[in-house]
Design a protein around this ligand. Structure first.
Ligand SMILES: *[C@@H]1O[C@H](CO)[C@@H](O)[C@H](O)[C@H]1NC(C)=O
Ligand SMILES: *[C@@H]1O[C@H](CO)[C@@H](O)[C@H](O)[C@H]1NC(C)=O
Ligand SMILES: *[C@@H]1O[C@H](CO)[C@@H](O)[C@H](O)[C@H]1NC(C)=O
Ligand SMILES: *[C@@H]1O[C@H](CO)[C@@H](O)[C@H](O)[C@H]1NC(C)=O
Ligand SMILES: *[C@@H]1O[C@H](CO)[C@@H](O)[C@H](O)[C@H]1NC(C)=O
Length: 458
């Protein structure tokens, strides 16, 4: 009996250990002209229990606001300084003195990201990366900060030449000898970790026909079996992280830990950014937080906690590029939540959901799509499509007749959209049924025409 209970205690204990939970931080990007003051941001972080953040520079007002907050901070040396940092040890000495040592330890700086996604920097700073990292590390040694502050650099996921199947993960061959190996030697020698930015969203929008949205959003799904090693993946992020581990193993750096320095999902996107929505962003980020805070490691590294920084704290109105770029935030600049998700273990245990916070009346079902008219094509084309849909096509056009609920707005575009969607839904959203000679396209948000509701079932 005694033997039995100590055995079960042992089993309980070891299963507890193998479920080493990870932690979650948030990137505090500031490419915006409407954000709260750094002091207010620190209050916001504390209110929501966020105790790790990552910055894209060493802005002194931000580092000062963070002092004595007990919030751990990753700071960055921006790419534009890499050439100076690489060529001039006195540059990094001065930088470490005035931008790191000046704030540490009252500001809990725990790592320095030397550059960001350097391999895809249009200014071609790759050759400066490893010398810059070495100089930053040497300068930290001079100030005796090198054991408490780690040096690394966030890689874009495109540093991998292969990531599917996961076990085939490998770095781009031209990066391995000149950059990856010397960088990983430094990371190993300084007991640091590799930083990787991983966005299942990008993989999903590029392959929405092949990747299940549930797999991308950590929802229930059949999973994906890695044909190389038989491991089963239940979400795309873990598959991406394990592809990095596979790439590390392939060049004999299997001992290097990995931290996901950016991951996230936009709450809004352009028409072609399929899957960008508040509901999907809430699902991705909320399910990720639950997974990280309660789960084990990845299938390939079950005992290593999965640690990740969400991107990003705020929607950033001055970011360039598609609409999604300005809509990754957990918060609007006025500090209101974009959606409700758990951020701490207490939230997870308290059952905080993953739902839209904004007037969350209409929760859009996973993967739901509608068909709408393209208002830019010739009216004759819209009319022809409308006539077909309501005639031969058998769409239900009763709601757009005079006096019916969708008659207003009384425009060809609105009526055609209603008819096209009715036809598309009737055809069970089959590929090619939302076209009408190029007069229609699929959207992932409910169409907005007056008070008209666009059904998704017929
Ligand atoms: C500071 O944060 C650490 C975890 O990062 C925690 O263990 C410690 O208790 C905190 N200290 C204070 C004074 O809140
Ligand atoms: C380092 O800190 C100084 C003083 O705050 C500031 O003027 C300078 O711009 C900072 N350098 C970098 C590279 O951030
Ligand atoms: C590239 O370098 C030029 C000159 O230093 C600078 O003006 C520009 O902002 C840089 N572009 C990027 C994307 O870093
Ligand atoms: C970047 O640098 C590499 C190596 O020095 C060179 O081969 C390549 O042509 C450069 N690319 C650009 C766009 O300057
Ligand atoms: C819901 O939120 C959206 C976006 O913030 C807003 O445009 C809309 O007016 C709101 N609707 C209601 C009924 O409050």
């Amino acid at each position: 009996m005694a033997f039995f209970s100590s055995l079960s205690f042992f089993l309980l204990f070891s299963s507890f250990l193998s479920h080493a939970a990870g932690w979650v931080g948030v990137n505090y990007g500031r490419i915006a002209d409407d954000l709260p003051s750094p002091d207010d941001v620190v209050k916001l972080l504390k209110t929501h229990g966020i105790d790790r953040i990552k910055l894209f520079d060493t802005e002194s007002t931000v580092l000062t606001a963070l002092s004595n907050s007990n919030i751990s901070v990753v700071v960055s040396l921006p790419n534009e300084y890499l050439s100076s940092a690489a060529s001039d040890p006195s540059f990094t000495d001065n930088w470490v003195q005035s931008n790191i040592s000046h704030f540490y330890p009252s500001t809990k700086i725990d790592a320095i990201a030397v550059g960001n996604e350097v391999f895809v920097d249009p200014n071609n700073t790759t050759n400066f990366l490893v010398p810059a990292m070495k100089n930053v590390y040497a300068s930290l040694q001079k100030f005796n900060l090198h054991t408490n502050i780690k040096v690394s650099t966030p890689l874009a996921f495109s540093a991998l030449a292969s990531s599917y199947p996961t076990s085939s993960g490998s770095f781009k061959p031209d990066l391995i000898e000149p950059v990856m190996k010397p960088m990983l030697d430094l990371i190993r020698q300084s007991q640091s970790h590799l930083m990787v930015n991983a966005y299942p969203f990008f993989a999903y929008i590029g392959n929405a026909d092949k990747i299940s949205i549930d797999y991308a959003l950590f929802r229930e799904n059949a999973g994906v079996i890695d044909s190389g090693n038989g491991l089963k993946y239940s979400n795309l992020l873990e598959a991406q992280v394990d592809a990095v581990f596979a790439a590390l193993s392939a060049i004999k750096f299997e001992d290097i830990p990995v931290v996901v320095t950016e991951t996230g999902w936009p709450s809004k996107g352009d028409e072609n950014e399929i899957g960008a929505s508040i509901e999907n962003a809430a699902a991705y980020n909320g399910n990720l937080v639950k997974r990280v805070l309660t789960g084990s490691g990845t299938p390939l590294r079950p005992k290593e906690p999965l640690n990740a920084y969400l991107f990003a704290l705020f929607n950033e109105n001055k970011k360039q590029g598609p609409t999604s770029e300005r809509n990754y935030g957990l918060f609007y600049p006025n500090e209101e939540k974009v959606y409700e998700i758990p951020l701490t273990s207490a939230d997870v245990e308290g059952g905080v959901g993953s739902t839209p916070a904004v007037n969350g009346s209409k929760v859009i079902k996973n993967g739901q799509t509608w068909c709408v008219a393209n208002g830019k094509v010739a009216p004759e084309k819209l009319q022809a499509g409308l006539d077909y849909a309501c005639g031969e096509g058998g769409a239900d056009c009763s709601s757009i007749q005079p006096g019916a609920t969708c008659y207003n707005p009384n425009s060809l575009e609105a009526h055609a959209s209603y008819a096209f969607n009715s036809y598309y839904q009737k055809m069970k959203r089959a590929v090619g049924t939302c076209d009408f000679g190029g007069a229609a396209y699929v959207v992932t948000q409910p169409p907005q025409y007056g008070q008209c509701e666009f059904p998704t079932e017929y």
